[in-house]
Design a protein around this ligand. Structure first.
Ligand code: FEO
Ligand code: CA
Ligand code: CA
Length: 635
């Protein structure tokens, strides 16, 4: 998401000091003494054998890279075409419920609840009967711009507006097909669904029915209304969709009575979206346990239109960016996730049971039983997964963890106790199943090394980290290993930059603030960025360009720019058809204003994408990208 909520919380100032803070003067010199030293130490051991080479000797990256642009449009390489498929407000295709989008934003909350939500993010393609030209797209709608969502923006505020904002959140399932050379939504569709911030979700795992999950409206603590701030996504090997609830804390009002646990999660005095004004369950003073019912990974079975989505509490509560699944050699699921907040953590969950044949229904409880771990990255390039198990080590009733449910509800606090490594905002992960390697974007952390904050460490080596990095690790053995080796794939930024904190070691096209990641079946690692002009000096931004998508050949290390997005957008989410001939991406918040709330009197102040019409409200949208000759994307 564009808004850096890290600035809204200073809870980490009171967290236990990082055991990885750099105190060794030699290390500090190494960090600040230039990137050659870095490349020579931690990076070197892996470079020879890390990647998948393309078959037949053809170069992995075959497209002609594009220069940085700040055009208000989507730019792709020569020979490619990008077509808008599913913008905010289009009816998703629920039979009998297909209200047309109104460009003046006058659709009601009820209409919005059956239309595409706002601010598209993680996305995945689900083939129907194995097809590469017909399937479902499932995607997140992370947050809203109330300035665009209502005819007069936030000039007035009402229960109807809160309801419409809640309806524009969540997840969409749409049916799509390639017809007459163009991807189209199939409407109506028996698969089309919307999951909003008031749709029912079951709660499963250790926190289900826990005293801290019970509310007046749900005395059993087993059914939550809504999912919030759904950011990244992952597809499970059994065919379901995982979605992370990321910056959910900022929807609640804490007032003047915020306790230590709420503070650790960044509960603000007043929620950014002002929902509590008309929906009291977002007033944490009146309903403190409602706050515990968000921050989970949710699982949706898009291929079963009658299925109830589930909050999987065994995966821990966090500002989850998303969740991604690897498989052990004996068939157990290993779910990796991180939380995108400054100085927070990376997790993995190892299922107790094996994945069963039979899709989502056969695996209804797979992610409810297993072991959750948090990562520690040591300075020598090794790492350890620390078990978040009730009764082990400090995770005892005496320390505030009464039972396994309380450990997962207080995952951050438990991770603090274990001395996990405080990272530079972990965003997306990508898993190389064959090589048992995992990649994670650490988007930026300008508070690293600030007074009173953790300083640089080996995994997060730059103070005032405005550019971000991609870290990777290889498990020592199978995916369920408790130790690993790690290094950096790349430090983003300009190698020629005079500012040490903005220098990077990119080999190829420049970028900043890596966020989305996708590893395709050929072995190309696709990188999407969420860079803020405000974090860079003007000249740096001009050289790096607007938000973009790049392709990385992990063997050569080359990174090549593939796409740039419209003004003030973020490129979020990527998925491909099984034949790799269509790439779907999401363009989020084109034209976003610095305040995150557009002026409805001038909605096109920064962007008119995708319509290009004067005065048009910019719309987040799904885009289908193909080669004009029908070839494989990226070759
Ligand atoms: Fe929703 Fe961390 O981006
Ligand atoms: Ca981001
Ligand atoms: Ca993101």
């Amino acid at each position: 998401m564009a808004k850096d909520f890290g600035t809204m919380e200073d809870s980490n100032r009171s967290a236990n000091p990082s055991i990885h803070e750099v105190s060794d003067p030699a290390r500090r010199l190494w960090v600040h003494g230039g990137l050659a030293a870095l490349a020579g130490s931690v990076l070197a051991p892996w470079l020879a054998g890390c990647a998948s080479a393309p078959a037949g000797g053809a170069p992995l990256l075959g497209f002609k890279g594009i220069p940085p642009t700040q055009a208000d449009g989507l730019v792709v390489p020569e020979g490619y075409v990008a077509e808008v498929l599913a913008p905010w407000g289009e009816p998703v295709g629920i039979p009998g419920q297909m209200p047309a989008w109104r460009p003046d934003a006058s659709n009601s909350a009820a209409e919005q609840a059956v239309q595409m939500g706002m601010h598209h993010d993680g996305i995945h393609f689900y083939p129907l009967e194995g097809s590469a030209t017909h399937g479902l797209l499932v995607m997140n709608h992370e947050y809203v711009d109330d300035g665009l969502l209502h005819p007069d923006g936030t000039k007035t505020w009402s229960a109807d507006k809160v309801r419409k904002a809640q309806a524009a959140h969540g997840v969409s399932v749409i049916e799509v097909a390639l017809k007459d050379g163009r991807w189209q939504m199939v409407r109506s569709s028996r698969w089309a669904r919307r999951f909003t911030a008031f749709a029912p979700f079951a709660v499963q795992g250790p926190a289900a029915g826990h005293a801290l999950m019970k509310t007046a409206a749900d005395p059993d603590g087993r059914t939550v209304l809504g999912t919030l701030n759904n950011c990244a996504s992952g597809m499970t090997p059994w065919g379901t969709y995982l979605s992370g609830e990321e910056n959910w804390a900022f929807y609640f009002d804490g007032g003047d009575s915020i306790d230590a646990d709420q503070k650790r999660w960044g509960l603000p005095r007043s929620g950014f979206y002002r929902w509590a004004a008309h929906d009291e369950r977002f007033d944490a003073r009146r309903h403190p346990n409602e706050f515990h019912r968000f921050g989970w990974v949710v699982e949706i079975d898009p291929l079963d239109p009658t299925s109830l989505p589930v909050k999987r509490t065994a995966l821990g509560r966090a500002a989850h960016e998303g969740a991604w699944v690897g498989v052990t050699q004996d068939g157990r699921a290993v779910v990796y996730s991180g939380e995108d907040a400054r100085f927070e953590y990376i997790y993995k969950f190892v299922s107790r049971d094996r994945i069963a044949p039979g899709g989502g229904r056969a695996n209804r409880e797979l992610l409810d039983h297993g072991t959750l771990y948090v990562a520690r990255f040591d300075a020598d390039g090794s790492g350890r997964w620390l078990p978040l198990v009730h009764g082990q080590g400090p995770l005892t009733p005496a320390n505030g963890f009464a039972d396994p449910g309380e450990v997962v509800i207080k995952t951050r606090q438990a991770s603090d106790r274990l001395g996990a490594t405080k990272m530079d905002r972990p965003e997306w992960l990508a898993i190389d199943q064959a090589a048992r390697e995992v990649y994670c974007t650490l988007t930026n952390n300008s508070a690293r090394g600030a007074p009173g904050m953790p300083g640089p460490d080996a995994a997060n080596p730059r103070a005032n980290n405005v550019m971000g990095q991609i870290i990777r690790w290889k498990e020592d053995g199978d995916f369920d290993a408790t130790t690993f080796r790690w290094n950096h794939l790349v430090l983003a930024g300009d190698p020629a930059n005079a500012r040490p904190e903005a220098q990077g070691n990119i080999k190829g096209d420049l970028f900043a603030c890596p966020d989305g990641l996708m590893l395709d079946a050929r072995g190309v690692l696709w990188i999407q960025t969420d860079a803020h002009a405000t974090q860079m000096y003007k000249g740096e931004f001009a050289r790096i360009g607007s938000n973009q998508m790049l392709a990385c050949d992990r063997t050569s290390g080359e990174i090549r720019r593939f796409l740039t997005g419209p003004v003030n957008c973020e490129i979020t989410g990527a998925t491909m058809t099984p034949d790799l001939r269509t790439l779907f991406i999401n363009v989020q918040h084109p034209g976003e204003t610095p305040s995150d709330r557009s002026d409805p009197a001038e909605p096109d102040k920064y962007s008119r994408w995708p319509s290009g019409q004067p005065g048009a409200r910019p719309r987040s949208a799904t885009v289908a990208i193909r080669r004009r000759d029908g070839g494989i994307v990226g070759t």
